[in-house]
Design a protein around this ligand. Structure first.
Ligand SMILES: Cc1ncc(C[n+]2csc(CCOP(=O)(O)OP(=O)(O)O)c2C)c(N)n1
Ligand SMILES: [Mg+2]
Length: 367
């Protein structure tokens, strides 16, 4: 509809959604390096954490494939987003992650073996030894969004300069919890950042079948939450935009929704076969946008990284992951009745007999 004052029609609102990029797919700077890169070693840190994350991720898939771990959701191709979040957050902030934010979790002191334990079906893998305030992985889609707003509301009530960062996927933006959370964040001006990772797929449902909205970023607008897109395979842009949103929230500026555009290079989980619903060409195209290779080429061209550095980093990362595998495989298995011990602080009476029954079955396989 256009302005038509003669018929009483006046323009009342307009919105813009911007997209940012710093390092393009040819590893060329298309914008000045952002402020955070002035800190010595910042770019190298981002690079090393992405490589560490990918090494960890590949081993997790291998553990599942060899029957040593349960279902796992790889983050292959999406490492830049998790690592940007991990780098931008302060220790005292709170992360509410999905199952694809391994990079952020590792940077926030979640141990590799804890993530293995979790996917191995051991609840102790969700009780992070060195990270007591972040939330565990949310598998129920979008349920973590209202939780994040609750966390942010508490921070605001207590006048703490802290921020909640919640991550979710393109598919999660079709859920009611997402809209309810956004609404709360907007109206209460909460210190929360929504990172909506648009990896183009929600299992086998493509982004174009998910929503008729032109961008996911604009979903914030209706709730009064500014939204923007960023190149999710450009770790520098991700770190800059997510960092800016976090600091804005910390200083009372309220929530932001950031939509990083990326691609899920792996199957949805190890229980999925993505070749059944997407083309080889599509996957190949996105492989050429690989976030790790993109930064590596830039670092090499600027004499900040060498073949020898790469070999050393890969060796160190493999050793670190192997040590975590050893801890994981060496962890004594939990008793089957332990599944009752992590849901409630005090187990409701109704479950007492069920727990006893499982215990008396002595872990026998009923299958
Ligand atoms: C409430 C709920 N409904 C359905 C599922 C099954 N499920 C698991 S992952 C997924 C797709 C999520 O897609 P998206 O939000 O884009 O995240 P991605 O897996 O791509 O990272 C669905 C429907 C679930 N885990 N929780
Ligand atoms: Mg998705």
């Amino acid at each position: 509809m256009s302005d038509d004052p003669k018929h009483g029609i006046h323009h009342v609102a307009s919105f813009d959604i911007h997209h940012s990029q710093v390092l393009n797919e040819h590893s060329e700077l298309v914008a000045p390096l952002p402020y955070f890169t002035h800190e010595a070693g910042a770019l190298l840190d981002l690079y090393k954490w992405m490589v560490r994350t990918r090494t960890f991720d590949a081993k997790a898939v291998a553990l599942q494939r060899t029957g040593k771990m349960g279902t796992y959701s790889p983050c292959l191709g999406q490492e830049a987003i998790g690592v940007a979040i991990g780098h931008a957050m302060k220790r005292e902030d709170v992360l509410l992650p999905t199952y694809r934010e391994q990079g952020a979790q590792l940077m926030r002191s979640v141990a590799m073996h804890e993530i293995f334990l979790y996917w191995g079906g051991d609840e102790r893998g969700m009780s992070y030894r060195d990270q007591r305030q972040d939330f565990p992985i949310a598998v129920p889609i979008a349920s973590q969004v209202p939780h994040a707003c609750g966390v942010a509301y508490a921070m605001k009530l207590r006048k703490e300069p802290r921020v909640a960062v919640v991550t979710l996927g393109d598919g999660a933006t079709s859920k009611g919890d997402f809209y309810e959370g956004l609404n709360m964040a907007g109206i209460w001006n909460l210190p929360v950042v929504f990172v909506v990772t648009n990896n183009h797929w929600a299992i086998s449902l493509g982004r174009d079948q998910q929503t008729a909205a032109q961008t996911l970023a604009q979903k914030g607008i209706a709730a009064g939450v500014p939204g923007e897109q960023v190149d999710g395979n450009d770790v520098i842009a991700c770190r800059a935009r997510i960092g800016k949103a976090i600091e804005k929230a910390r200083s009372g500026g309220g929530p932001t929704l950031i939509e990083p555009l990326t691609y899920r290079m792996s199957d949805h989980t190890t229980a999925d076969d993505a070749t059944r619903y997407r083309s080889k060409e599509e996957v190949e195209h996105y492989k050429s946008l690989d976030p790790i290779l993109r930064l590596r080429r830039y670092l090499e061209a600027n004499k900040m990284w060498s073949e020898a550095d790469e070999a050393q980093l890969k060796a160190d990362a493999s050793a670190e992951v192997d040590a975590a595998v050893e801890i994981y495989l060496g962890t004594e298995r939990q008793a089957p009745e332990s599944m009752f011990d992590h849901l409630y602080e005090t187990l409701p009476r109704a479950y007492h007999w069920q727990r006893e029954e499982v215990k008396n079955a002595g872990g026998k396989d009923h299958g």
